[in-house]
Design a protein around this ligand. Sequence first.
Ligand code: BG6
Length: 506
Amino acid sequence: MNRPENSILVIFGASGDLTKRKLIPALCALNMQNILPEKFAIFGLGRTKLSHDDFRDLMNEGIKNYSDSYDEKNVKPFLKKLFYQYIDATHQDAYKNMTTKLQEIRKEMGVGGNTVFYLSTPPSLYAVIPKNLAKHNLNNENDGWKRVIVEKPFGYDLKSAIELNHSLHEDWNEDQIYRIDHYLGKETVQNVLVTRFSNGIFEPLWNRNYVHHVEITAAEFIGVEKRGGYYEKSGALRDMVQNHLLQLVGLTAMEPPSAMDSNSIRNETVKVFQSLRPIKEDDVINSAMRGQYLASTIKGEKIKGYREEAGVDPNSKTETFVIIKFYIDNWRWGGVPFYIRTGKRLPTRVTEAVIHFKPTPHYLFAKKDICESCNQLVIRIQPDEGILLKFGMKVPGSGFEVQNVNMDFHYSDLCNQKIPTAYERLLHDSLLGDSTLYAREDAVMAAWKFLEPVLNAWKNNPKIPVYGYPAGTWGPENADNLIEDPTMTWRYPCKNLSNDGVFCEL
Ligand code: BG6
């Protein structure tokens, strides 16, 4: 694998959770694989006062707690690459000190001027920090490339996303801006492209002639945990649908790219977003449904309802569950319904894209043995990553009884193949200057544009219900009503309750 050029990664919000849980363990894993730049440093900036050593200790704990494996022999030299400084990133003057320290580290570590700035901060700083960096000439590429990674959410709605984009573009070129969507960094999400475009057998069927409908689910067992304050302002639509789920739709529905490069791939996904049939505000009630989890008892344990979570308004109408039905108006998908579903406090954690194929044109076998959509291709994004094909098979014995069976591939069957985390892939790509797996501005705007009527209808029309669902169930009882074909329901990949992360029967 390529080794990026010598460089430094500057993390704003380095004393926060994301840095400790995801970024540093990912960077440490890259270091172990020997694919970080030969000369490399990480400069953490945050509002907590820490010395370099405090920061190193904290990150060491993060690596211990959130990595698959911990090997002191490898971690120790990695920690020496870490530096820290306190910053109040809203104060312009603070960037003077920061620049001085940055120069010192660059010199000490011999890393040169190539720099990635990572904004792991509250969204209110996404415009402020890049602007202040530019005021201190830190966007200038004379002494090496400069890139800025912006975490999600990119904007709060279409208007704020346009404003944020505009503000960034005043000082940074589009090719310097990396909008992160960690779903795109998942190995199995990228495998959607490989499954589709490296096999001759799926793609001929991957269209309106053979596909009955497409269903994409991202279910979580956990609730909002300690993020009630953030979630109240976001809700599932902004938190999961605008980014992760629509990106999955993009990869599942796109045309083959002309080449496997950043622009060719992103050109195709954006065409999908631009072809989404607009949902009219007054039709939102027929195309989308929202829900909120209620208190319940799971395996003897009392689970709080959303409104009882810390930081949540006791009368909150924020959705923790969303489903949307929509169409993609193009030649490939004309008339094929797409369904997306996401929610917190569902029975299990599972993300999957399911292609439901049309039934045979003529029933040779007893009707009772046929289901409307026996053939499903299930792309399991997580956990227990893999691919499953469902098809009908003869039950041994007399007659022609048909039974639906599974052909199942699990990534875990590949010996010695560790699946890299999404952040490993994305951070490595950002150092290499490969933005293929980052969201481009036009895609982000198209996604907001598509969801704008839903956001507006939910805000403006109090008659649109927020259905309650007991924690540990598959959402509102009437969720199946949105499925167009009355003989069909959502797929319920886990019939029995499982604990978080424990995968249950498909
Ligand atoms: C984040 C959301 O982007 O994705 C969280 O803000 C959500 O609310 C998380 O829990 C889900 O990610 P994953 O990788 O666990 O499916």
